[in-house]
Write a protein that binds this ligand. Structure first.
Ligand code: PLP
Length: 423
């Protein structure tokens, strides 16, 4: 019999890549099981999607219940799960987010948010931050600068998108304050030399850069962007697709930092693995968006919405426990940093932690992650990477991971680092 990896290579377009060629047949909580019955700790979480782990019982029950009633409406009629999911999200969203629009993927919601900003402001410019990831569709890739491979060969991308630095203190060899000051000065220079603020519809920014290398923006930097936005009537679009739904310790990072977004973009963990994304904004802003001038066939699917409402309910009990798990993880990963020269930096918020792997003089070590990830998989731990050099471990276990499982995963990482350093 031909194995699954061979059938995949014969069938699926190679542009879609997989970090590990494990054939998984079952997922439950923090654990997945492969076709041979081997179990792995899943600290990849489907790229920060399964915040409640695999198949949380109440979410599974809600999705199954909806599956037995109604699957699709396509804008032809009303159904309860759409509105209920919207109500649940608005309850936990930052102040000022009063209504939502459901889409399917993160990229689609990013594009919807930018369309909302352009249409309601009459302005064309969008300012994005270098290292940001906002999706891979033709519009959203114009805002994505986390790695050049996402853009190479696709030019021309959307016009009137202006890229300015995001503070990367570790890579720049600066303190957070110095990096913030440098990045803010570059933004001022953009306004002086490139586009006037009055022509800018929106800032589009992740409060903690994900794909770009797990860099928190800091409250001070995001606060300064908020002030500049207010001064010039620019909308602040926070892309919380990866940082939302408890990942950084509160429902959204804007609440961790206490910075109000004008537009909030959500995805990934919103339905704990069923496809759904959303854009949230104030009633006043959304009232200016002409009905019917944007839309979707599948967005707000009844099953995904049922799963989303159940996800929000379940997260209410889980989010208060994130701080303890985060402290534990930071302490243990900080200890790895002290003992392993390969670990240059440990940074992040909540359970969204980047572990940067470096060589001499803290230069990115591109060989480290593949070796460490392969050792980890052999020993029962699945991890992903990020950053333009692929040298940052994305440490994103489920938010309800047990301390024992957290320790077990970090012990494997510890051994993987020792094995790499000895090689
Ligand atoms: C911050 C951020 N924005 C947008 C996206 C794009 O989401 P999707 O892959 O669902 O289109 C992602 C996905 O990784 C993301 O992390």
């Amino acid at each position: 019999m031909i194995d699954l990896a061979t059938r995949l290579h014969n069938t699926i377009a190679p542009v879609i890549t997989f970090q590990h060629e494990i054939e998984v047949v079952d997922g439950q909580g923090t654990w997945i099981t492969d076709v041979d019955g081997k179990r792995y700790l899943d600290f990849a979480c489907g790229i920060a999607v399964n915040n409640l782990g695999h198949r949380p019982p109440t979410v599974e029950a809600a999705a199954k219940d909806q599956l037995s009633k109604l699957w699709h409406a396509g804008g032809a009629f009303l159904y309860d799960s759409l509105v209920t999911a919207g109500e649940r999200i608005i309850e936990v969203a930052p102040d000022g987010i009063e209504k939502v629009l459901f889409m399917n993927s993160g990229a689609e919601s990013v594009e919807a948010a930018v369309k909302l900003a352009k249409k309601t402001s009459g302005r064309q410019g969008v300012i994005v931050f270098r290292g940001g990831f906002h999706g891979r569709t033709m519009g959203s890739v114009s805002y994505t600068t986390s790695r050049v491979k996402y853009r190479q060969g696709y030019h021309p991308v959307m016009p009137s998108v202006f890229i300015t630095p995001y503070p990367h203190p570790y890579r720049w060899g600066m303190s957070q304050e110095q990096a913030n000051a440098y990045a803010l000065n570059e933004l001022r220079l953009t306004f002086k030399h490139v586009i006037t603020p009055e022509e800018v519809a929106a800032f589009l920014i992740e409060p903690l850069q994900g794909e770009g290398g797990y860099y928190p923006a800091s409250r001070e930097f995001l606060g300064a962007i908020r002030e500049i936005a207010d001064e010039h009537g620019i909308l602040l679009i926070l892309d919380e697709i990866q940082t939302g739904f408890g990942r950084t310790g509160d429902w959204f990072t804007s609440q961790v930092y206490d910075i109000r977004p004008d537009v909030l973009v959500m995805g990934k963990a919103i339905a704990n693995g069923l496809p759904l994304s959303a854009v949230g904004a104030s009633q006043a802003l959304l009232a200016k968006w002409e009905p019917g001038s944007h839309g979707t066939t599948f967005g707000g699917n009844p099953i995904s919405c049922a799963a989303s409402a159940a996800t929000v309910n379940a997260l209410k009990d889980v989010i208060p426990g994130v701080a303890e798990r985060s402290d534990h993880a930071f302490t243990r990963l900080g200890d790895l940093q002290e003992r392993h020269g390969t670990v240059g930096d440990v940074r992040g918020l909540g359970l969204m932690i980047g572990v940067e792997l470096v060589g001499a003089d803290r230069t990115p070590d591109p060989k480290a992650f593949p070796a460490i990830a392969s050792y980890a998989v052999d020993h029962g731990l699945v991890i992903l990477n990020c950053g333009p050099d692929g040298n940052v471990i994305r440490f994103v276990p489920p938010l309800n991971v047990s301390i024992d499982d957290l320790d077990a995963g970090i012990n494997i990482l510890d051994d993987a680092l020792s094995a790499y350093e000895a090689s």
